[in-house]
Design a protein around this ligand. Structure first.
Ligand SMILES: [Zn+2]
Length: 311
């Protein structure tokens, strides 16, 4: 008798404990995602919405090819379901971080590995850069700054959508709806940016690092030279002099720089050619107004438009 009462009480207690879950009141824990950049973070957030919790390994204002991953980030990586990266040779610092994390699912092609370059048509991929010397360089397989063409957000978010839906199948419809909304905002943005930069199509510019060929191609600017003779390698004095001669001869009026470009190099380019230097924002969060992927282009198009319109 006592025994039966104890069972009944136990059943009651179990029933009470199970009640909130049975009513569906307790939401599933968000999917943890780590990305290698703030741009990828913004795109994962756009598709994942409230169902994801995303952290970027690289800070917003930093050379994306040289990142120091902190122990707290390694800990986050171990708890993550997915790692979304730019791919190719963009993140030479990543293999070391992954070796420390010791999570085989994030190895290339592993279950948690998401290569955002899949489906993106790369620029500068036709002549692989093979160097005999040991100087560090990047872009050996093609230019990896492809997120700076807003059209590339279409294949990138398609890859992200598939990865998120694989990790959380019941949320697929929500992810698809989120992506549709994002692509509508992107389409409106593209019209706005094309309109703003239309008067400057064909303008010749020089870049410091080859961060901007995708942006330049999308909006009709012609990059005539890069100050870095090879991506990631600063120019020698002789190379700099040759560039300056070329810029004067072809009357290049604008240099596109990164927030982490060498101030001394920018000073020399400006002083010796009379060109204006405009520092663009390569990644989300690199300017307080660049709050997400769409706002990143609003900020850059505004800066470009002002620099191009200046006398
Ligand atoms: Zn680069």
């Amino acid at each position: 008798m006592l025994h039966r009462r104890a069972l009944a009480l136990a059943a009651l207690a179990l029933g009470l404990a199970a009640a909130p879950a049975a009513r569906g009141a307790a939401p599933a824990a968000p999917l943890r995602v780590v990305t290698t950049s703030t741009d990828l973070q913004s795109l994962v957030e756009a598709v994942g919405g409230a169902r994801v919790e995303v952290e970027s390994l690289a800070p917003a204002l930093h050379d994306p090819h040289a990142v120091e991953v902190k122990p707290a980030q390694i800990a986050r990586l171990r708890q993550a379901a997915l790692l979304v990266r730019i791919g190719l040779d963009h993140e030479p610092w990543l293999p070391k971080a992954l070796a420390v994390a010791g999570e085989p699912r994030f190895a290339r092609g592993g279950a948690g590995d998401v290569d955002a370059s899949r489906g993106v048509r790369l620029m500068q991929a036709e002549t692989p850069r093979l160097r005999a010397d040991a100087r560090p360089h990047m872009h050996g397989l093609g230019n990896t700054h492809y997120w700076l063409d807003p059209e590339n957000a279409r294949p990138m978010t398609a890859t992200i959508l598939e990865a998120l839906a694989r990790a959380s199948p019941p949320d697929r419809a929500q992810f698809e709806a989120n992506r549709r909304r994002f692509l509508e905002r992107l389409g409106a943005g593209l019209e706005r940016w094309q309109r703003a930069l239309a008067p400057w199509r064909g303008t010749r510019v020089v870049v410091v690092h080859e961060t901007w060929p995708y942006l330049a191609a999308r909006f009709g600017l012609a990059i005539v030279a890069a100050a870095e003779p090879t991506p990631g390698v600063p120019p020698t004095p002789a190379e700099l002099s040759a560039l300056i001669t070329r810029m004067r001869a072809s009357k290049v009026r604008l240099v596109l720089a990164e927030p982490y470009s060498s101030p001394e190099l920018l000073r020399q380019l400006a002083e010796r050619t009379g060109a204006r230097v405009v520092t663009l924002v390569p990644s989300v969060g690199g300017d307080p107004a660049a709050t997400d992927y769409i706002a990143l282009f609003d900020v850059n198009v505004k800066r470009l438009g002002e620099a191009l319109a200046a006398p």
